[in-house]
Design a protein around this ligand. Structure first.
Ligand SMILES: *Cc1c(COP(=O)(O)O)cnc(C)c1O
Length: 421
């Protein structure tokens, strides 16, 4: 469900004509829908309304400050994977006591930052990290609230590159070692053991692998409680999938919530969720302008002004994005297949192969749908292209929430050494 629809033949985000935004801001650019962000946050919150639940939005999916502030106003907390994401979340108005800190490589400085800010939980991913967190906390005279992220050895996720809960993945503590690590955590100064954490991957449409991982996690929690650990929270991570193409039918938040409730049963725990994609994915589009058509013997390339540096997902994990022209096609027009490619000097700079599109002329604009998550956050300045701007729509209003940098700004972090100037 999203708020990008044709009205009078023009693709709109809520009540704003996307062509009008593209005229004002230039292409390529991202446009996000406030109504869609709010709706998704509330669908999840409502699905879990009858249990003690913290919805810690995964900042890495879309960390724009205005997006975070929109979700903060809906009551979301944040799941962060770096000190930078933590500072973004706090700057956007998410209270530290609603922030959980995940990731395999937290530095001492990042741990200290989280401790000083008083965050809700550290999701610890190894024995060595646990020992370091203990040292940092003792040094500051503070106690770190800790959940250990376990690797349940369950394969899931829309692509091998986004599976995180299988033996051999770098994430979490091997299943068999979890109890020993909790025993060690219970002895360490500066550590307050309070939770168990699991996150098995992303773009998961089938609840079955999730259920298997969650049952293992709940069983472990019961054993740990029997062993005297005061486990009062289970963090089930994120990972719920979204529809990217017609025919995709991932599990709904309501089905997901019913499964979670069934698996935890009467266990008295706070449930923490870390949804990212399911909140932001369908709340954003990337708009690009067609530059040229180039016929080749076996195909026709449509060259657009957005590149893989602006939207990495197709190059990174062969992701599919539906593409719609901003002007609704004529009913009688015939579709033809195009390879949609960008201007970057890499062969992986390809958004779609043999994609059926209505007739497209240079200057026509196209929207890549479902680009709100893992879109602008993954953008770079490769090929010295400016970072892609971001716009947030709310009803009939819109605002530029990240502008396109000038050439001066793009080069201002660089300096000439003495011997060259
Ligand atoms: C990426 C990530 C998430 C969010 O995943 P989605 O698939 O976007 O819901 C949640 N938790 C952790 C630890 C992550 O790394």
């Amino acid at each position: 469900m999203h708020h990008f629809d044709y009205k009078a033949g023009r693709l709109h985000c809520e009540d704003v004509d996307l062509g009008e935004i593209a005229d004002a801001v230039g292409t390529p650019l991202y446009v996000y829908s406030t109504a869609t962000l709010r709706r998704h946050a509330n669908v999840i919150a409502n699905a879990f309304a009858d249990i003690d639940c913290l919805i810690a939005y995964s900042v890495k999916a879309n960390g724009n400050l205005a997006v975070l502030a929109t979700l903060a106003a809906e009551g979301c907390g944040a799941d962060v994977v770096s000190g930078g994401e933590m500072m973004r979340a706090i700057k956007a108005g998410i209270p530290p006591e609603r922030i959980v800190f995940s990731g395999v490589g937290k530095t001492r400085a990042e741990m200290a930052l989280g401790l000083e800010q008083g965050i809700h939980q550290f999701n610890v991913e190894s024995g060595a990290e646990l020992e370091t967190l203990s040292e940092v906390a003792v040094g500051l005279g503070l106690k770190a609230p800790v959940a250990v992220r376990v690797n349940p050895d369950v394969a899931a996720g829309g692509h091998p590159n986004i599976s995180t809960g299988k033996q051999g993945d770098k994430f979490g503590v091997p299943w068999q070692e979890a109890e020993n690590l909790y025993a060690r955590a219970g002895e360490l100064d500066g550590i307050h053991v309070c939770g168990v954490d699991v996150h098995i991957g992303s773009q998961i449409g089938d609840l079955d692998p999730m259920r298997r991982a969650f049952v293992k996690t709940v069983d472990l929690t019961r054993r740990l409680r029997d062993q005297g650990h005061k486990i009062s929270r289970i963090d089930f991570g994120g990972g719920l999938g979204i529809p990217y193409a017609a025919g995709d039918a991932p599990a709904s938040p309501a089905d997901y919530a019913a499964m979670v409730r069934e698996v935890i049963g009467d266990l008295p725990v706070q449930v923490i969720l870390e949804p990212g994609r399911v909140i932001a994915g369908n709340a954003g589009v990337m708009i690009t302008e067609a530059l040229y058509q180039k016929p080749a013997p076996d195909r026709t390339f449509l060259i657009v002004d957005a590149g893989m540096n602006d939207l990495m997902r197709p190059a990174l994990y062969a992701a599919h994005h539906d593409v719609l022209p901003l002007s609704a096609p004529d009913e009688n027009s015939r579709n033809a297949p195009f390879d949609i490619v960008g201007p970057i000097c890499e062969s992986t700079d390809k958004f779609a192969a043999k994609r059926d599109l209505p007739p497209i002329s240079p200057g026509d604009r196209l929207a890549f749908l479902s680009a709100g998550a893992y879109g602008a956050v993954l953008s770079s300045q490769y090929n010295a292209r400016p970072l892609v701007p971001e716009v947030l729509v709310d009803g009939e209003n819109y605002a530029i929430v990240r502008r396109r940098p000038s050439f001066e700004e793009m080069t201002q972090l660089e300096a000439m050494p003495d011997w060259l100037s």
